[in-house]
Design a protein around this ligand. Sequence first.
Ligand code: PLP
Length: 388
Amino acid sequence: MLNKDINLIEKENCFSKSIEKRIAYQKKHPEADLISLGIGDVSLPVCKPVLKEMKKAIDDLANMKKFPGYGNQLGIKELRKAILDNEYKKYGFSVNEIYVGEGTKTDSTSILELFDKNSTILVSNPSYPIHENGAHILNRKVYKGKVDKEFKMVVPNKKYDLIYLCTPSNPIGNAYTKKELKKWVDYANKNHSVLLIDNVYKPFVRSKDIPDSIYEIKGAKKCAIEFRSFSKECSFTGVRCSYYVIPKEIEKGINKLWDERTINRFNGASYIAQVGALASFKDEAKKENKKHIDTYLRNADYLRKELIKLGFKVIGGINAPYLWCETPDRLESWKAFDLFLKEMNIIVVPGSIFGTSGKYNIRISSLGSMKDSKRAIKRMKEYYEKDY
Ligand code: PLP
């Protein structure tokens, strides 16, 4: 018998429909010069200091004295230690609470295997679809939370066992403040819930009231698991490496249980990826990677200002590479997608993909090039200034 819960993945809730529409349009109009403002991938290369170490790692494969084989299911020791020293020592963690994965997409879903299968799961609406879809695939019960005017999930009145919070957020592009996260931490500790914090966009945080980590919030070590990725910071979207923290304070024996599970379910991230990730903690690499993120943020700032001038309502784009926009005439999101595609030859992401409350929004990304953003804004000006 097949796992029918895979069919619970809402068809609206995936990118394939927009890809199909784009392909059909391009087939009909092969001359169209489409600009994508929809991309979630990066547009800058892996930096040289990281590449240098990865090339050496390839040579290790030819040398049986250095040859990496099986046995690093939880992550290579040096990398786990570098993550601890650079990111988590200041919160009092030990290396046994740090895990290396091959991407937050996988990690943030696989973590459900640590919890009872009857656990109730809360996701935001709108949210990064993978959290909900992953829960369906693993036959878990998923509920959707309510959001405020800024599309941030409101702390519920009733208990949920596991709560996904994405901060800084994909798709909204804003982030929960320390004060807002404190409310979630207090809720979780009061209800014996666990917060699953998707913190992939941490490198984009620039505002003082937005914490780099959930563990800046008092009480978070008792109730929060945090996920981060090398994908955006190091341009590792195709290389695949990530990390996460499971605090021992959540429950006695939690790390032992997870180690056991992981050793039996995973053979570790690629050695070459882990060596590259390790190199990203060198000063030279940190500098290069920060420059990349600053470039995306400059692009976000440009897009944000220009879209506001054009009459869009815009959220985000300050501590994240995404802008959550409402068109001047509040078009339904798929209509806005079609309009951008057909009238301006621009690809955006319809907000409905992320949940029903994204019905009147589109997501615009700054992960592309400034050159493309400028060309896209020029087209939008031509279109909207003609109409408004
Ligand atoms: N979490 C969020 C919120 C994302 O936006 C993405 C990718 O865009 C991921 C996770 C996936 O990260 P990874 O490449 O590490 O699997």
